[in-house]
Design a protein around this ligand. Structure first.
Ligand code: PLP
Length: 392
């Protein structure tokens, strides 16, 4: 039962009547969560294999997280960055412990798209160049700048012309990348594993080539870890390739559900950004900073990066041993896994939901697992049992 006391049909009616029709809704109302489980308005329990699009990395209603946010709400919730803040300072110190080598400056905002928007602006102001090179199937958000970097016509077409101009090359195609970057290119913008596009990992050679091409031609390399951040067995998926970007962007899981965006950069890049060139009212407020601080500390103390690797390997092995006739390929790293089917994905999403398991689509034929890192072997077994019957 929802705390509000609203039943499902009233919830559905109110949302349908008062929201623009932007989202294809799944028919249930999620009203409560507990660790790796979500509950709907009718009291039905679901295994959460999606973390609300990769956000709830500590699971739901985590007591330590809830207590810290409650304490912060009772102390100070809002605070503009024209004043110093104790909790912001602590968060910056914590971020420094997981930042890739050389990434010493952190711009905090309120969402993934905003963090990308900042990255694009910083690259443009630092290089004094206008355009971007990004990848087909890539996804970077829905604000106009982030949308320019996002390739899929489905998202872009109604809003064109978009600025900045962007060229989209095939992911993992080194020659195409080399041909696309010129003296107008401010930045190359790439995901280390394409998430919305269907869970496609970048090859280490492609990432290394992106680094070399950016450095040789005076462009900035921006890596979008908004979805990959914290769940691939390490804080950053980029680490695997040994590449150090100029800007690394993350959001989603960073504050376990509290809206936040983070754009990290080097001292040198930061020095090229004039005072007053960018800003945000809500960004880096004490409540958001406390949410990120408690999340990052919990990840470290509970050793959740290692758990992500172990559980992710177990899930991928078990999915592969199902030998399902419906599955074309299982791809991913840690707790970011895509299962590409030989057919359209919607009936499988629905069948899993009916069996009490929530997963996400990633493109037309792939379903995606982005589970909270509080899963245990028990949840892996529960998922595999449901998947084996739905994929039989
Ligand atoms: C890789 C990537 N970049 C950017 C975004 C945009 O983030 P937000 O939805 O918080 O604006 C997303 C969201 O799915 C994403 O997966």
């Amino acid at each position: 039962m929802a705390i509000s006391g609203l039943d499902l049909s009233r919830i559905q009616r109110l949302e349908t009547e008062h929201q623009p029709p932007l989202y294809a809704k799944r028919e249930i109302a999620l009203v409560r969560g507990e660790g790796p489980y979500l509950f709907d308005s009718e009291g039905r329990r679901y295994l959460d294999a999606m973390s609300n699009y990769g956000v709830a990395i500590l699971g739901h209603a985590d007591p330590e997280y809830a207590a810290a946010l409650t304490e912060q709400l009772q102390t100070l919730a809002t605070g503009h960055q024209s004043f110093y803040s104790d909790v912001r300072a602590e968060l910056l110190e914590e971020i420094a412990t997981i930042a890739p080598t050389g990434m010493t400056r952190y711009f905090l905002s309120n969402s993934g798209a905003e963090a990308i928007e900042a990255a694009i602006k910083f690259a443009r102001v630092a290089t004094e160049r206008p355009s971007l090179v990004a990848a087909k199937r890539g996804y970077h958000g829905r604000t106009l700048g982030a949308l320019a970097a996002t390739a899929d016509q489905k998202y872009r077409a109604p809003f064109e012309p978009l600025a900045p101009a962007a060229t989209h090359i095939s992911f993992n195609d080194v020659d195409a990348l080399a041909a696309a970057v010129d003296e107008q290119t401010a930045a190359i913008l790439l995901e280390p594993i394409q998430g919305e596009g269907g869970i496609w990992p970048a090859s280490p050679e492609f990432f290394q080539a992106a680094r070399d091409i950016a450095s040789n031609r005076g462009a900035i390399l921006i890596v979008d870890e908004i979805q990959t951040g914290f769940r691939t067995g390490a804080p950053w998926a980029t680490g695997e390739s040994g590449v150090i970007p100029d800007i690394l962007v993350t959001a989603k899981a960073l504050a376990n559900g509290f809206p936040i965006g983070l754009t990290m950069m080097s001292d040198a890049l930061s020095a090229a950004i004039p005072s007053g060139a960018h800003g945000t009212t809500f960004g880096a407020n004490p409540l958001a900073c406390r949410a990120a601080l408690v999340t990052l500390r919990a990840m470290r103390k509970r050793d959740l990066y290692a758990r992500s690797a172990t559980l992710g390997n177990a899930l991928m092995n078990e999915l592969n041993t199902l030998n399902s006739p419906k599955v074309r390929q299982v791809r991913g790293r840690g707790m970011m896994i895509g299962v590409e089917l030989k057919e359209r994905v919607t009936p499988t999403l629905r069948a899993l939901q009916q069996r009490g398991v929530l997963v996400l689509p990633a493109g037309a034929t792939t379903f995606r697992l982005l589970p909270p890192l509080v899963w245990e072997q028990e949840q892996v077994a529960e998922f595999i049992e449901a998947a084996s019957s739905v994929l039989a």
